[in-house]
Design a protein around this ligand. Structure first.
Ligand code: PEP
Length: 247
């Protein structure tokens, strides 16, 4: 049985005032059946991890540098995130790939750094709208999977998130058949490389909200969600956690 995961990505949102959301989330869902994760901006990781304590909400980073330390102004290493109390880190989010020109090779190096630091890497893949319209979705995702997921990936240290770029922050989502097609393809692709591919968790991300979470969670090979906008408020994210628990 794969343990489901509801992961929130706060992106570049949140200051100390927003730490109350994690307390509200933990209070409303003290013992979820699924794993619950919030990835705040790097500035909040340590404080959020301290507030989360041994409660139901884990804390993660949104990105990491592939090296442990060094002359990389403005960057944060996986080891630093772990030291701050993070247990997960997102790598290869489409906003990082687009805004910072991150390649599959760099994303793979970041995932390796996450593993070396004892973090679970959430590796993001997903097609643009142009690629989908051109019928290239599975080719694009297959190449990203091959290039971004390191050879040392296991079900314990790696989660894959399918995030169609055109669905992120737009309110648009693929059809359930389209989600199932990609998630089944991901499972089969992972099985060619990893002995425990059947245990790896596959998240869907892109405009997940309380009103569409249940149907998405009932879709083939969907083991949870990576949630942006709807993770900022405890009430909305809590409703998604509840939907995942009920799935
Ligand atoms: C994301 O940024 O990973 C994401 C899925 O955003 P949203 O839920 O806002 O579409």
């Amino acid at each position: 049985m794969r343990r489901k995961l509801a992961a929130g990505n706060w992106k570049m949102n949140g200051t100390t005032a927003n730490l109350a959301e994690i307390e509200a989330l933990a209070a409303a869902h003290p013992a979820p059946r699924c794993d619950v994760l919030i990835c705040p901006p790097a500035t909040l990781v340590a404080q959020m991890a301290w507030k989360a304590g041994k409660g139901p909400v884990a804390v993660g980073g949104q990105d990491c540098h592939p090296e442990v330390s060094g002359a990389h102004t403005g960057d944060v290493s996986a080891a630093m995130l772990a030291d701050a109390g993070a247990r997960y880190v997102i790598v290869g989010h489409s906003e990082r790939r687009a805004d910072h020109g991150e390649t599959d090779a760099l994303v793979r190096a970041k995932a390796e750094a996450a593993h070396a630091a004892g973090l679970v890497a959430i590796v993001c893949v997903g097609e643009t709208e142009t690629q989908r319209d051109a019928g290239e979705t599975l080719d694009v995702i297959g190449a990203q999977l091959e290039g971004s997921v390191p050879a040392g990936a296991t079900s314990a240290n790696t989660v894959i998130a399918y995030e169609p770029v055109w669905a992120i922050g737009t309110g648009r989502t693929p059809t359930l058949d389209q989600i199932a097609e990609v998630h089944d393809f991901l499972r089969a692709g992972l099985a060619k490389r990893f002995a425990d591919a059947g245990d790896m968790r596959l998240l869907y991300g892109g405009s997940v909200k309380p009103s569409n979470a249940s149907e998405i969670f009932a879709t083939s090979n969907v083991d949870g969600a990576l949630v942006g906008g709807a993770s900022l408020k405890a009430a909305d994210f809590g409703a998604i956690v509840a939907a995942l628990d009920a799935s």
